[in-house]
Design a protein around this ligand. Structure first.
Ligand code: FE2
Ligand code: FE2
Length: 171
């Protein structure tokens, strides 16, 4: 996981706010996936001493807890997606307004990453298995934050300083 506090800031404050939100969303998703995984792996313990009725109640509770976790993961993935759509829209509006020369390449990269995120999201909609939890865990803790950090220190930094130099507000 990557913490926003440990990442370089860009020249426009609205972008820093969007980046903080993105790292927070990804970290919250990773924590939720960890707890869902622990529940799937260790939740179905069931002591051999419990009687049949006890077993039934326990299994029913596990199914409900598991469903609750799946719903929460779904909600967080939707939040990450809608926050990312907003994050990219704000940057693209700003690039357009100030005529940033490389806005085509920058927006294209946003589109690519948004499609990647939608694909990850649809994996979860199709199959809430342990394999998917593991896959999404790597996405939330490693692949997406690493992409974001790299994007911030390259494309976003260049764009923010250009817009800032051309009179863009830092708010
Ligand atoms: Fe950004
Ligand atoms: Fe960007």
């Amino acid at each position: 996981m990557i913490d926003f506090e440990c990442t370089p800031q860009v020249a426009l404050e609205f972008m820093n706010r969007e980046h903080r939100k993105a790292f927070d969303d990804a970290n919250a998703l990773k924590r939720l996936l960890d707890s869902a995984l622990a529940l799937r792996l260790f939740g179905a313990s069931g002591s051999e001493a419990v009687d049949e009725l006890g077993d039934e109640i326990e299994t029913e509770m596990e199914i409900k807890t598991s469903q609750l976790d799946s719903d929460e993961i779904e909600q967080l993935m939707e939040t990450l997606l809608s926050d990312t759509v907003r994050h990219f829209e704000l940057e693209e509006e700003s690039m357009e307004e100030y005529g940033f020369p490389a806005r085509g390449e920058h927006s294209e990269e946003h589109r690519r990453v948004l499609q990647w995120m939608k694909d990850e999201h649809s994996l979860w909609s199709r199959d809430c298995s342990i394999e998917t939890i593991n896959h999404l865990s790597i996405y939330a803790a490693d692949r997406f934050p690493k992409w974001l950090l790299n994007h911030i220190v390259t494309m976003d930094t260049v764009m923010a300083s250009y817009i800032h130099r051309h009179g863009g507000t830092s708010l």
